[in-house]
Ligand binder design. Structure first.
Ligand code: AMP
Length: 371
């Protein structure tokens, strides 16, 4: 029993990878579920089709990516009826994300009743952040009543790449401090001391922190009151603007970093400014996490932008030579695993993230199976 099926179910999509050990036996995605011209009428049909196609003999587990685990889930958890109810109760904290995962869990349990199912939470890796790193300075009764606190996301990615960084550098994970920069369509930073997360940039929801493809990242919350009162915008519209029309899309009119870089190169001043805002925010978080950790052994870039955009990596760390941080231009251009010069005090790494593999590992760990 070595196979694990990893499912990442969104509201209208299913992504899957079937692992045998660490080997990927099958992968793919089903899009536009329930939409006209889509591949399946609903999640039931999508998953049933998937299971008919895949060889699911010897399946040890199904691992589900669940975005929000709230305060209760601090590690991957074997799914029971009680766990399903708890994930359902967390929907108000993740209205865009948890419902899809729940549907996936329900359908997969129905179709594969004899296979253990595990929920792997995006928030779990951040459960080690100390209270002073998760609380905001707001009325404590309100915070307690409504669960107002930082949870953090992209946890499987930060966990995987921080561990991989230590491995690539030939260092013990427990003695390695890493700043991880997950720069994809969504983006977040984390400060990891010896494998334990101490700070991260996303908050109660994945809206805060770094500048993203379409999400604003950090703003002064007064912006919302001002737009509501003075511009007369409804709250739903403001939320939509900050989550779907902010970030690079808001500043440059393009959410894809490749397009921003191309437009910037051809003299588009909005694109140039968007790039500068993106980099400035990144740099502010790097500086903040240098201060949180005190000693930093490595800074690691990952995800679509982090793995593929040398210009972003070079700009984000430019001028930090006095802190022992430098990027070698040739290694950077080649997207090498280590892009800092030999002998640098702080290693700078580019580690491709493997969130599904991490979910497969976590699923086996939750079931006490061999990794
Ligand atoms: P992810 O969410 O990790 O799949 O990252 C997706 C994002 O990565 C895309 O929206 C692009 O902005 C970015 N990306 C992918 N390839 C490149 C590249 N070669 N240069 C710059 N950005 C890239």
């Amino acid at each position: 029993m070595t196979r694990v099926l990893v499912l990442n179910c969104g509201s209208s999509s299913v992504r899957y990878k079937l692992f045998d050990g660490d080997e990927v036996r099958a992968k793919g995605h089903i899009e536009k579920i329930g939409e006209a011209g889509g591949e399946a009428a609903d999640h039931d049909a999508a998953l049933q089709g998937l299971m008919d196609r895949l060889d699911l003999s010897d399946l040890a587990a199904v691992g589900h990516r669940v975005v929000h685990g709230g305060e209760r889930f601090t590690s991957a958890t074997v799914i029971t009826d009680d766990v399903v109810s708890a994930v359902e109760e967390l929907i108000p904290l993740a209205p865009l994300h948890n419902p899809g995962a729940l549907t996936g869990i329900r359908v997969a349990r129905k179709l594969l009743p004899d296979v253990p199912q595990v929920a792997v939470f995006d928030t779990a890796f951040h459960s080690t952040i100390p209270p002073e790193g998760v609380l905001w300075a707001v009325d404590r009764d309100l915070s307690r009543r409504w669960g107002l606190r930082r949870y953090g996301f992209h946890g499987t990615s930060h966990s995987y790449v921080s561990r991989e960084t230590a491995r690539v550098l030939g260092r013990p994970p427990a003695g390695t401090n890493v700043i991880t920069l997950h720069l994809g369509n969504g983006a977040s930073a984390a400060a990891v001391r010896g494998g334990r997360c101490e700070a991260t940039s996303m908050g109660m929801t994945p809206l805060s922190g770094l500048v993203m493809g379409t999400r604003s990242g950090d703003i002064d919350p007064s912006l919302i009151f001002h737009l509501h009162r003075e511009a007369g915008l409804a709250l739903d519209l403001i939320e939509d603007s900050l989550t779907r029309h902010g970030g690079l899309a808001g500043l440059a009119g393009a959410n894809d970093m490749r397009e921003v870089l191309e437009r910037r190169a051809s003299g588009d001043t909005d694109a140039a400014l968007a790039f500068d805002v993106y980099i400035r925010r990144l740099k502010e978080y790097v500086g903040s996490y240098l201060a949180v950790l005190g000693r930093v052994d490595a800074i690691t870039f990952t995800a679509g932008v982090g793995e593929n955009a040398p210009a972003v990596r070079a700009a984000a760390l430019a001028g930090l030579e006095p802190l022992g941080i430098a990027v070698d231009p040739v290694r950077n251009r080649e997207n090498a695993l280590v892009i800092s010069p030999d002998g640098a005090r702080v290693a700078v790494c580019v580690i491709p993230t493997e969130e599904e593999l991490e979910i497969a590992h976590e699923s086996r760990r939750a079931l006490s199976l061999a990794p």
